[in-house]
Design a binder for this molecule. Sequence first.
Ligand code: CTP
Length: 415
Amino acid sequence: MQPTSSSPRVVLGVGGGIAAYKACELLRRLKSDDGIAADVTVVPTEHALRFVGAATFEALSGRPVYTDVFADVPSVAHVSTGQHADLVVIAPATADLLARAATGRADDLLTATLLVTRVPVLMAPAMHTEMWTHPATALNVETLRSRGVVVLDPAVGRLTGADSGAGRLPDPEHLAQVTELLLHRPDALPRDLVGRRIVVTAGGTREPLDPVRFLGNRSSGRQGFALALVAAARGADVTLLAANTALSVPPGVSMSEVGTAEELRRATLDAAARADAVIMAAAVADFRPADRHGSKIKKSAEHAARTLELTENADILAELVRRRNRAAHPVIVGFAAETGDASHTVAEYGRAKLARKGCDVLVVNDVSGGAVFGRADNAATILSDDGTEQAVPRGPKALLAAAVCDVVAHRLTSA
Ligand code: CTP
């Protein structure tokens, strides 16, 4: 789609690293109608163009691409590019680019743009682990963060050579989510969860009937993954317990996969013992089949009765609440999907559930108008046990995640 006057204007800076090729996919996502539908100007460094040609960025962005301040002199590109943006995203940010940005250099169009702009800046570093962990890079990152630049931690995994470690550019999908979040809410990613251990459950549990069949639900896990992504970007040490999801691990997040409610229960109680907060975004099955057959149930077999007997699963949230004590008192956040009816509103049902479950915070989704499952957006009301409530308007799931992280960070600092 052609950008319109209401399209958000994003400058996509591209540093000279091998991950520059992933900037093409990010660009495509930023421009997509299904996403932000942004008007994107790509500003690569000279070295970035050794990995990806200017023609590729020009074709994908629909705009000319310049790298130095002497290009397009009449339009004073190094000033106008930064002035007219809503957000600057740099992906990948190499060690050299971080150093130049931290010291205020303006020796190419991208660094000059960074000095001119006053809009939020997001940087996604990618480099070899040794370069990332070098004290010089660590100091540059600290300097940039202290100035309000959002610097993501790189993802961990296979690097350019045979080795692996921290240094991979996060997936374009995650970078697009963070970009969209910052466009909605520039202050959504403060570093207020540094040193905090947060457990997030996500997805939907499956309760096997036999080796091929299960009772499950339609939770995609997107809300839980958005919570993990945002909490990690705010500096938390995040453990994500994912039940039957098909989403990729957000950068900086340690993920374990579980299948059944009982597996999720064990993993959650174990992780919660060391956590500052537990966020129960998973859709946990309330019941499981009373019998789990070791072999496939045959239509003709006698035990293939038409009636399914169920056993109740433990309520993990309630168990977390029961187990907490003064020494280990994590903030406990529950989720609830509710519909209103003639006698009670969604908020009233939410308040009653918050009291019944005994958790600190309950995020209530109003599902009266249809399913939220699998959608990229969400709207909810965050109820706290101190009586406060906050309505989060419909927006990307990362926006609701940021509002939940605000409440958790606030409770942790005032504890
Ligand atoms: N939950 C849980 N263990 C279960 C069921 C639910 O920990 N066995 C958690 C969910 O992760 C969620 C919260 O409890 O955070 C609310 O789930 P919900 O299904 O709405 O609660 P129920 O008590 O089952 O209420 P309802 O009777 O309305 O289904």
